[in-house]
Design a protein around this ligand. Structure first.
Ligand code: ZN
Length: 261
């Protein structure tokens, strides 16, 4: 049984910026799909902002085990309805991998509940990604560290909640450091934030980056059945209590009532 990964891309810079178009003539989503497709256990498909409902209909999301998210220039164009759909699927158990500038995407900010802000600098400097959690499944097959010769700098403080686990910390030539690989769980969904990816450099042609993405898809995948409705908040009537109980004191609500939101 293969893991159904969906790479979502706003697909803007590849069409509008000649530097990016040269690196990713088919779009970053197709390049990432190639990297994931090298794993026989992953089936990779793609969707873009320009498609109806951004390619993220309920049906498409229901048939997605792990969603990868690339956004940068058009975070604001992502419809609120689609954001809620994605968030609900994460709560149900769909995995989510947020790439690089996706730190400011609507789904990620909504799931983190914080600013998700960071420092940055575009100078093509060297990045050394340190594996700080060497037995973590996302770091499987990597050495102590790997390097990206040309990278955009992201620096701390990174405005995210304390993660479940820190897998990578990056050092940059200019001196900053950044928590480059962070895991979260929201509802039943596993979330991984992965920093490398700036589109002006061929980051998604790097073998170590490819390995991390494949590992992350496997890690984020939850083979158990999805939670049907994570927003459900049912009332349990007194006579349905597991042990016999009597009502004591006053009540605001009637048995079986829907309750307040
Ligand atoms: Zn960038």
């Amino acid at each position: 049984m293969s893991i159904r990964a969906l790479i979502w891309n706003e697909y803007v810079h590849e069409r509008e910026n000649p530097v990016v178009a040269k690196i990713y003539p088919e779009g970053m989503h197709r390049q990432i799909a190639k990297l994931l497709g090298a794993d026989p256990e992953i089936t990779a498909s793609t969707a873009t902002l320009q498609e109806p409902e951004h390619g993220l209909t309920q049906k498409v999301l229901d048939e997605t085990d792990v969603l990868l998210w690339w956004g940068h220039a058009r975070h604001g164009d992502v419809a609120g309805e689609v954001v809620e759909r994605v968030v609900n699927r994460v709560w149900q158990g769909m995995g989510l991998i947020v790439l690089h500038s996706g730190h400011f995407s609507k789904p990620f900010k909504r799931l983190m509940g914080t600013s998700c802000a960071l420092k940055w600098r575009e100078a093509g400097e060297r990045e050394r990604v340190w594996v700080v959690n060497p037995k973590h499944p996302i770091a499987e097959g990597l050495g102590e560290h790997f390097e990206l010769e040309n990278a955009e700098m992201y620096g701390e403080p990174f405005g995210v909640p304390e993660p479940l686990e820190t897998v990578f910390i990056s050092w940059f030539q200019g001196g900053e450091v950044f928590r480059s690989g962070l895991t979260y769980r929201r509802g039943a969904g596993n979330i991984f934030y992965f920093r490398p990816g700036h589109e002006a450099y061929p980051i998604y042609f790097n073998d170590d980056v490819a390995r991390v993405l494949r590992n992350a898809v496997r890690w984020a995948y939850n083979p158990q059945a999805d939670l049907r409705d994570p927003t459900e908040a049912p009332n349990v009537p007194v006579d349905k209590a597991l042990e016999p109980i009597k009502i004591r004191g006053a009540r605001l609500h009637a048995d079986g009532e829907e309750g307040l939101r």
